[in-house]
Design a protein around this ligand. Structure first.
Ligand code: NAP
Length: 286
């Protein structure tokens, strides 16, 4: 271990900068196109965390000049009604981006809904067509959280080519697409998961270590190579001393003593994800 304090990869500030640039871009494009860009966020049921996320997305849209066409459906809404709504939004010329806020109530099939979204309006970049484009290194809408990680690394001029990157987590939402994006930038990539043996040793190989696990403070200093770049994708709400707070998948206190760069939670990848959602919407609009 070294005693140097890590530098913070400040996603909050970069997200604000990206949003300011998108606002300028929209101001130029809107008179030519004759309407603002539009994003439709579909939410089903009353999951309180989802409600906060949807509100944040709509507020960010308003800040940059994106019109919101979101709809909030009751918990017992059928798959068919949601599919009809998506097909309507696909045809709606005012709407450039569509996303379904997850998680959905248990009776609904999220993949079935995702498949109904026009791939060119797939603001979350999770449609198989867009994931296929990523596999083939073709241009297309990229999933927001991994794209946010890559944009943050770029902002801080972190070298990726030839480096060893370890991504802990293999979800379709974060781990897998992020591993492909790192590979596209010529990193040597390892994907670790719950069946990985000696995870500590695997992580200690990493020049760039990404945690997307969903377990509070799971990555500790002993698992981190000195001067590695550590990206914490995790967002976990924990209760401590009668208070609730957000922590990542990385034990920030200990790891920040070892890493060269680290993302905070909150203020790291969370705001970058929203910024990339707005970016995707403007990309589909322009
Ligand atoms: N910042 C943002 O905007 C943002 C966006 C999305 C998600 N998140 C957060 O990121 C975290 C991950 O999200 P997700 O959707 O990718 O979660 P997920 O679908 O639950 O995937 C978690 C992954 O972690 C792996 N894992 C679980 N326990 C492990 C262990 N003991 N050792 C090694 N790997 C283990 C799982 O392995 P298996 O595949 O083997 O089960 C799985 O691949 C969550 O905290 C989530 O809230 C944040």
């Amino acid at each position: 271990m070294t005693n140097t304090e890590s530098k913070i990869l400040d996603g909050k500030t970069l997200a604000k900068k990206i949003q300011a640039r998108l606002k300028e871009q929209i101001a130029v494009l809107e008179p030519k196109i004759g309407r603002p860009p539009g994003l439709a966020v579909l939410m089903v049921g009353d999951n309180p965390a989802s409600a906060v996320y949807v509100r944040n997305k709509e507020k960010s849209c308003a800040r940059v000049g994106i019109a919101s066409f979101g709809r909030h459906f009751p918990e017992n809404t059928t798959q068919e009604i949601l599919e009809q709504e998506i097909l309507k939004l696909n045809q709606d010329d005012r709407v450039d981006g569509i996303l379904v806020q997850l998680p959905l109530p248990k009776h609904l099939d999220s993949v079935g809904l995702l498949l109904k979204i026009d791939p060119d309006k797939d603001a979350d970049g999770l449609h198989p067509t867009n994931l296929g484009r990523l596999v083939r290194s073709e241009t297309g809408l990229r999933s927001c959280t991994p794209a946010g990680v890559m944009r943050l690394l770029e902002e801080y001029n972190i070298a990726i080519a030839g480096k060893k990157a370890v991504v802990v987590g293999r979800s379709i939402l974060v781990g897998k697409p992020l591993a492909l994006m790192l590979l596209e930038q010529n990193a040597t990539v390892t994907i670790a998961h719950s069946r990985t043996q000696d995870l500590g040793a695997v992580c200690r190989e990493a020049d760039i270590l990404v945690a997307a696990v969903g377990k509070p403070e799971f990555i500790t200093a002993e698992m981190v190579k000195p001067n590695a770049v550590v990206i914490d994708v995790g967002i976990n709400r924990i209760e401590a001393e009668g208070k609730s707070r957000l922590v990542g998948d990385v034990d920030f206190e200990s790891v920040s003593q070892v890493a060269s760069y680290i993302t905070p939670v909150p203020g790291g990848i969370g705001p970058m994800t929203v910024a990339m959602l707005l970016h995707n919407t403007v990309l589909s609009y322009s």
